[in-house]
Design a protein around this ligand. Structure first.
Ligand SMILES: N[C@@H](CCC(=O)N[C@@H](CS)C(=O)NCC(=O)O)C(=O)O
Length: 397
């Protein structure tokens, strides 16, 4: 009895009128089994009278084994089943080395890490000096390039590879001298002249965009990482938010054991509760000034009710139930140029249609009403929490 949700009612529940055949198995089961390719095979192997429970337990074991195999490739885990994110291979920790002259940014719209770089690029006014190629998720989850069918002037949309003319991101990584065997992830910052990966770690890239390219920036006065006292606060927030929220939602969604999920989900919601309370008296995480820590938190929040709440089982609360966090998210969404970096449709498609082990039917749910642009554009009334107006003016300039 207990497996009714796995293969669905036609296989499992004979209609009340079904009669038993000569061997005592319900004839209705045999008829509905014949409509299903799996059961056609089982009929051939074992005859029409295979007990449904055996079919179900076989399918369940096979799916479970396949699921663990697919998950181990999608999301490496430790022996306890907790997701362990692979480290980025190309870091750029030092701002003392002069950045290459011609930089090109590769991103994908569903990716929260890549989204950070699009926001920092927009706020710093680097669009004119750093071109961007927007990859699309392929069926196998790897990044590919194709122009969007529907060009949208107000919104970032997928593009062909504008720097190298490649078909896939893997091909771009392989253009570097020495090739590449690691994961081809976005964001990736590319040195156009040397044909080399500069960096594929989002935080390093946003730090560089913030302070390393001011002579090429249209908004050099904006500092999202101001020293000295705020830098310490920013680091402190990042150390709380990265493991528990940014990566925390992935630790929920990619957990491969109940214990791993329970730990991740508790840490996620305890941290959200704490940040929500903090934002009741502060406009941004570090006070009146928008910082890199806010950019990093925002890209997870904007995906929360859209994707993580359902697909990653972050179900204890929806973000809309957090009054301060939701207002804070709307506040950042409404900063000029930020909304154009949030392609909500592409975000939903990217998660629901490509994370096969989590959503094998690839059905994309309807957009939740609290995530629509109209809702995100509603007044946030958080200006009153801000004692300094100058930073906000700087963002709008
Ligand atoms: N630590 C990296 C994480 C980047 C990352 O995981 N990107 C994902 C998309 S959200 C990716 O490109 N995955 C492709 C793969 O693993 O093959 C960062 O923050 O930049």
């Amino acid at each position: 009895m207990p497996h009714t949700s796995f293969l669905g009612p036609p296989l499992l529940l004979p209609p009340p009128s079904s009669a038993a055949n000569s061997r005592g198995h319900p004839t209705a089961v045999k008829m509905s089994l014949n409509q299903n390719p799996i059961t056609t095979v089982t009929n051939l192997l074992w005859g029409p009278s295979l007990p449904p429970n055996l079919l179900i337990s076989t399918a369940r074991s096979a799916w479970s084994a396949a699921w663990h195999l697919m998950m181990s490739q999608l999301a490496p885990s430790d022996p306890a089943g907790s997701y362990t994110r692979p480290t980025s291979q190309f870091r750029r920790r030092t701002a003392t080395v002069a950045p290459p002259l011609h930089l090109h940014l590769y991103v994908g719209l569903p990716c929260p890490w890549a989204h950070r770089t699009l926001i920092a690029r927009a706020l710093k006014g680097l669009e004119g000096s750093i071109a961007v190629t927007i990859a699309s998720p392929g069926d196998d989850g790897s990044w590919q390039f194709k122009d969007s069918a529907i060009p949208d002037r107000d919104m970032v949309v997928p593009t062909r590879d504008k720097a190298n003319g490649c078909k896939t991101l893997k091909q771009v990584y392989n253009l570097r001298s020495g090739g590449y065997n690691g994961r081809s992830t976005v964001p990736m910052l590319w040195d156009v002249d040397r044909k080399e990966v500069v960096c594929n770690e989002s935080y390093d890239i946003i730090e560089l965009f913030n302070s390393g390219l001011n002579e090429r920036s249209d908004n050099p006065g904006l500092d999202l990482n101001p020293p000295p006292s705020l830098k310490k606060k920013i680091d402190e927030w990042n150390q709380i938010i990265y493991p528990n929220i940014n990566n925390g939602v992935y630790r929920c969604g990619f957990a491969q054991s109940q214990e791993a999920y329970d730990t991740a989900v508790n840490e996620l919601f305890n941290t959200l509760d704490m940040v929500d309370e903090h934002l009741g008296s502060c406009r941004y995480l570090c006070g009146d000034t928008l910082t890199l820590a806010d950019v990093c938190l925002f890209t997870t929040l904007i995906r929360f009710d859209l994707v993580y709440n359902v697909l990653f089982k972050c179900t204890k609360k929806k973000l809309i139930e957090y009054q301060n966090l939701h207002g804070y998210m709307r506040d950042i969404y409404q900063i000029p140029k930020v909304a154009a970096t949030c392609n909500l449709e592409a975000i939903m498609d990217g998660y629901y249609k490509t994370l096969f082990p989590l959503n094998p039917g690839s059905i994309r749910p309807v957009i939740p009403s609290d995530c629509e642009h109209e809702m995100l554009s509603k007044p946030h009334n958080r200006d009153s929490l801000s004692s300094l107006e100058k930073d906000v003016e700087m963002l709008v300039s």
